[in-house]
Design a protein around this ligand. Structure first.
Ligand code: NAI
Length: 334
């Protein structure tokens, strides 16, 4: 099958080619999928996209008109796809529901440790032969309370790691994960989690229900000095409200691997460009905010698994045996 691979980066291509092993014709496109670039997939029955690509209704209609009937996502998240429109058009959408929850969980904890012990600042200081410790004081993770929102595959691993530090682990999720209860995680109401947690880490999907879950009211009900980590999706946090809470000093520190408007920024080198997004530019000015550009998934193990499942998804469809567990349907959106 001919597959147009949008947002194909040099670091990802070898993984895809190795997993493909000549099964499909992969057309690697460096550009992102958008209304302007949809026509590049003309004649490709399948299109593969990543999280920065736009698969909104008009784009899907353009792809459909060019002959595309299958969308294989190289991600678990599918908030960038208009699933209702794909359903209506009859475009099958398949994703990689699980690759390495460890990759993202470990990245989230890396952000916590860096913010807490200020490794990023210490690294720069020592290189400047500044060995003073002022401003670098952190806190023991042991004995602190971690609040985990979303205890699916990634959240469960985070709970395990936080437990290893000796943290009390609280969780909120409409679906209780028995593996978490078994390890002593305490499920409580969201407001109680906000009120009791020293560290809050987000691992739920972005959906109409979780859009701006962390808004001004939620932030106000959190502990003074709380650390907030988001490796899930940017839209879960109302960034303007977060900035206000950082300016007032109520929020102590923030680690972000995702940002609401990351589509215009992440996954490219903009080092010579003036950033036009004033909200993001403001976030960059805080000494207690650490941002990485959506690299939580970026481990060898995760990239191998993403490539393998993506190619297998296309092969399955070609052979008429869709893997239902990987299918994105309206049931998942609700
Ligand atoms: P999962 O589907 O295994 O778990 C998600 C959990 O969130 C489920 O237990 C679900 O019940 C829960 N949930 C749903 N609505 C909720 C709500 N309103 N409040 C609290 N919990 C809620 O998904 P997984 O694999 O753990 O991934 C979680 C998220 O991580 C993905 O949706 C994706 O957005 C993000 N992600 C980020 C990556 C990165 O590179 N930064 C890479 C992979 C995923």
């Amino acid at each position: 099958m001919k597959i147009a691979v949008y947002s194909s980066r040099s670091y990802e291509k070898p993984f895809l080619e190795q997993a493909n092993a000549g099964r499909h014709e992969l057309v690697h496109l460096r550009t992102e999928l958008s209304e302007q670039t949809a026509d590049l997939a003309r004649g490709c029955p399948a299109v593969s996209i990543f999280v920065g690509d736009d698969a909104s209704a008009p784009v899907l209609r353009a792809l459909f008109a060019s002959g595309t009937r299958l969308l294989v996502l190289r991600s678990a998240g599918f908030n960038h796809v208009d699933v209702a429109e794909a359903d209506r058009l009859g475009i099958s959408v398949l994703r990689v529901p699980a690759y390495s929850p460890y990759a993202i969980a470990e990245h989230a904890v890396g952000l916590m440790l860096t913010l807490n012990r200020k490794f990023h600042r210490a690294f720069n200081r020592v290189r400047e032969q500044n060995f003073a410790l002022g401003g670098l004081m952190g806190f023991d993770m042991h004995g602190k309370t971690a609040g985990v929102i979303g205890t699916g595959k990634i959240g469960e691993v985070v709970c395990r790691i936080m437990g290893g530090f000796g943290c009390r682990v609280l969780a909120f999720d409409p679906n209780i994960n028995p593996a978490c209860t078994a390890m002593g995680v305490e499920y409580i109401a969201l407001n109680d989690l906000y009120a009791r947690s020293d560290i809050i880490t987000l691992h739920c999907p972005l959906s109409p229900r979780t859009k701006h879950l962390i808004n001004a009211a939620a932030l106000a009900s959190m502990k003074n000095g709380v650390m907030i980590i988001n490796t899930s999706r940017g839209g879960i946090i109302d960034t303007r409200a977060l900035i206000a809470a950082l300016k007032s000093g109520h929020v102590g520190s923030v680690g972000l691997d995702v940002y609401e408007e990351e589509g215009d920024l992440f996954f490219r080198d903009l080092s010579g460009v003036v950033i036009q997004d004033d909200v993001f530019a403001r976030l960059l000015t805080f000494p207690n905010v650490l941002i990485t550009s959506h690299q939580g998934f970026f481990t060898r193990e995760a990239c191998t698994a993403i490539a393998r499942t993506t190619i297998d998804n296309a092969t399955d469809v070609e052979q008429g045996k869709i893997n239902d567990a990987n299918r994105v349907t309206m049931k998942l959106v609700a």
